[in-house]
Design a binder for this molecule. Structure first.
Ligand code: PHE
Length: 467
């Protein structure tokens, strides 16, 4: 049975716009900020290897599942799951998985906006030459001064939330599609400029070996992190890709499209690594610096090489654009849902939700300064504390939300979506949506969605909880 429904929120002009949108969602701070620093922390090539396995065996099948659920349902993720579950004779409570994902996406947005906001600060300081000739100590101090200043952090966090809400409030076609058509090509051009530049630093091969030579003994170090990151970087498990799927034209092939998105996302992460590590090595810095890698070592690197001022500014513009096209996809599932449910205007719903995320984001702002001692999830000797001021070894607010989303909510959401597409939806529905020419290919893909992806998530999930 063909499904000719369209979403009340609008539709992308073509399959290409879906690719732009899904790639825009996928490519973000995860690729440019998290991926390089995690690779540095978990031993280079070994982490890259596990990450690639997780992307192709688990991440992409789940992305496929989300897209087909969204396009079949033609509604916000919550209502898509509810309607499709009822149509398939299953419990409407399946929609809770999407509800959880929607909340996870808002939680991610709350801290994402804070970190993305830093790039505003860095565009200004890079562009004005503040980092020219800077030493490692001075760059560290500059980063420390930024994160220690709640007012400055709040300002950039607010600005970023406003530009995110602005695009969403204008709607799917006038807001999202228009923004993406300009930003995504620009992002690719900027990235290629940076890559070309890093090839001239004379340390390109050193960066290359760091990313691709792997020490087998480190393979298992980063597997849990790699799985969580695979979800994060592909934007799966929260309904972001699902809601974009709801705006996808019926005649577009889902399989080829998702593969394109997955490959583009991976290429951007690897290119970001290839562009950044040579610069880090050229400046004689350490790759394992952790989350500060981008904001501390890179200004030093850019500040001490030819054309660094220009290239550094270009880099932080790139970060901002990438983060922007991702953050809109975190807000859209909830906005679509509340517009459907309350029949209120998109502008009103967007404003309320953005304000809510902004407030939660203030917790992240404060976790870098005044509230740094507020620790959550502390497993202390005398038992489990949910919250303790100044405790050793606990996670602060930002770390808690990051952990809760990447390591728990995203994998759980992804698991639920894969099981829903694989076991609740009828095989004919999946076959009709995927519309693959080769029956063999369909069987393989269907098996990845039904069996491989859920088992992969479960293994990693259980390993994580029993750590
Ligand atoms: N994929 C985005 C990134 O890599 C983050 C994201 C997660 C976006 C979840 C939407 C939903 O930065």
């Amino acid at each position: 049975m063909a499904n000719d429904k369209v979403s009340i929120h609008g539709a992308w002009a073509s399959r290409w716009v879906f690719i732009l949108a899904a790639t825009g969602s996928a490519v973000g701070l995860g690729n440019i900020w998290k991926f390089p620093y995690m690779t540095g922390m978990y031993g280079g090539g070994a982490f890259v290897m596990m990450y690639l396995v997780c992307i192709f065996m688990v991440g992409l099948p789940i992305m496929l599942a989300e897209t087909l659920i969204g396009r079949r349902g033609r509604q916000s993720p919550v209502n898509a799951l509810r309607t499709l579950a009822i149509d398939s004779g299953a419990s409407p409570k399946w929609s809770w998985a999407a509800l959880m994902g929607m909340i996870a996406a808002l939680l991610i947005l709350s801290f994402y906006s804070v970190v993305a906001g830093w790039s505003f600060d860095y565009i200004l300081s890079m562009g004005s030459g503040e980092f020219t000739g800077v030493s490692g100590g001075a760059a560290g101090a500059a980063f420390g001064a930024l994160t220690a200043d709640p007012v400055r952090l709040t300002l950039w966090h607010t600005l970023f939330m406003v530009i995110t809400a602005f695009v969403i409030a204008r709607g799917v076609v006038a807001g999202l599609e228009r923004c993406l058509r300009v930003m995504m090509p620009l992002l690719f051009v900027l990235l290629l400029v940076l890559l070309a530049y890093s090839m001239t630093t004379g340390h390109f091969m050193q960066g290359f070996h760091f990313l691709f030579d792997f020490q087998p003994e480190r393979l298992l170090d980063g597997v849990l992190a790699a799985m969580g990151h695979a979800f994060f970087t592909l934007s799966v498990g929260v309904g972001a890709i699902m809601v974009y799927g709801a705006y996808m034209p019926k005649n577009a092939s889902i399989g080829g499209t998702i593969l394109t998105v997955g490959i583009l996302d991976t290429l951007v992460a690897l290119t970001a690594g290839l562009a950044l590590f040579p610069i880090v090595f050229a400046a004689g810095l350490e790759p394992g610096a952790g989350p500060g890698l981008m904001f501390v070592t890179l200004p030093v690197a850019f500040g001490n090489i030819a054309f660094g001022q220009l290239m550094g500014t270009v880099f932080f513009v790139l970060v901002l654009i990438a983060a922007w096209t991702s953050s809109i996809s975190m807000l859209e599932p909830a906005v679509a849902y509340l517009v459907e449910r309350t029949q209120r205007s998109r502008v009103l719903v967007t404003s309320v939700l953005a304000l809510l995320c902004w407030v939660v984001g203030m917790g992240t702002v404060l976790s870098f300064n005044l509230g740094a001692e507020a620790k959550f999830f502390v497993f202390a000797d005398d038992g489990f504390h949910l919250f303790q001021w100044g405790a050793e070894g606990g996670r602060n607010f930002f770390d808690t939300i990051d952990y809760l989303t990447s390591r728990i909510l995203l994998p759980l959401g992804g698991l639920a979506f894969a099981i829903f597409a694989g076991w609740v939806l009828k095989r004919e529905v999946v076959r009709d949506e995927l519309a693959m020419k080769s029956p063999l290919l369909f069987s393989v893909v269907y098996w990845l969605i039904r069996v491989v992806a859920p088992i992969g998530v479960l293994i990693v999930f259980i390993a994580e909880l029993s750590k």
